[in-house]
Design a binder for this molecule. Structure first.
Ligand SMILES: *[C@@H]1O[C@H](CO)[C@@H](O)[C@H](O)[C@H]1NC(C)=O
Ligand SMILES: *[C@@H]1O[C@H](CO)[C@@H](O)[C@H](O)[C@H]1NC(C)=O
Ligand SMILES: *[C@@H]1O[C@H](CO)[C@@H](O)[C@H](O)[C@H]1NC(C)=O
Length: 237
């Protein structure tokens, strides 16, 4: 009976590795009725280390790490309703990251950005910590230039208070546009492509509900003028 239950579970969804290092080759699948998918991911690049050394959320407050593989080669199939689609492996990629450690802030905004035709990948954090943590206001972008180098750029973030979307599930009002002023004089305007991009799952713990939205970026950034990516917003308080 137990064995049968395990088989049913495995058929419903799965996430795992097929390489010995448990990172380089990954898969994810599920067989639910309305949106089954069967995807494979291959890592071909070095990782992006947030903050240049992989440490986030501040010494003295907690000791968390985060690293990312910003563009895993992606292949497979997915369905939406009656339509089944083959991933265009030549044009597709997936951002994969791991955040591990002790504790986390109660809210944050995070952006991943890609700039078409370049090897520039950016992981951009904004979070506040309560004193006695130092600094309390944390805004930093970590940029990886392909296999070449990392760059860490402080910036200031201005979130719109007028272009917003309010969730009826969580009652959280999320900004939909942001201005990022970087230390080197570069500046980006990020815009959520639509209001409702919240994934709702209750409010008890970090990660139960998250705004994970597609964004477009315009402005001036390391010689680029347009990019795209994802904003992730968590708000527990
Ligand atoms: C990381 O944080 C935990 C919880 O505060 C603590 O027990 C542990 O000693 C810390 N580890 C290091 C290496 O600072
Ligand atoms: C992607 O998957 C399809 C279908 O299984 C296969 O024909 C194709 O060769 C794969 N592409 C790559 C780049 O692996
Ligand atoms: C959202 O606000 C409504 C109206 O005040 C309230 O009834 C509901 O419980 C709130 N939901 C959450 C998740 O806080």
């Amino acid at each position: 009976m137990l064995a049968l239950m395990i088989v049913v579970y495995v058929l419903s969804y799965g996430f795992g590795a097929t390489s010995e290092d448990k990172i380089s080759s990954l898969y994810a699948s599920n067989s639910v009725k309305d949106y089954p998918y069967d995807l494979t991911f291959e890592a071909k690049s070095k990782v992006l280390l947030n903050g240049g050394n992989g440490v986030i959320f501040g010494q003295g407050y907690t000791n968390s790490t985060e690293w990312a593989i910003p563009a895993l080669k992606t292949n497979g199939t997915f369905s939406v309703g009656e339509g089944k689609f083959q991933v265009d492996a030549a044009k597709s990629f997936t951002w994969y990251d791991r955040q591990a450690g002790n504790g986390a802030p109660q809210s944050w905004a995070w952006f991943q950005l890609h700039f078409p035709g370049t090897a520039i990948k950016a992981s951009i954090w904004a979070y506040d910590l309560a004193a006695p943590a130092v600094p309390t206001e944390n805004r930093f972008a970590t940029i990886r230039f392909g296999e070449e180098a990392h760059l860490v750029l402080p910036y200031t973030l201005i979130a719109s208070t007028t272009n917003v979307w309010k969730s009826d599930h969580t009652n959280v009002t999320y900004p939909l546009s942001w201005t990022l002023n970087f230390e080197n004089g570069d500046k980006l305007e990020d815009n959520s492509v639509r209001g409702d991009q919240e994934i709702y799952g209750g409010r008890e713990q970090i990660g139960n509900s998250v705004y994970a939205g597609f964004i477009e970026a315009k402005g001036k950034f390391l010689g680029q003028h347009a990019g795209f990516g994802v904003v992730e917003m968590i708000q527990l308080r």
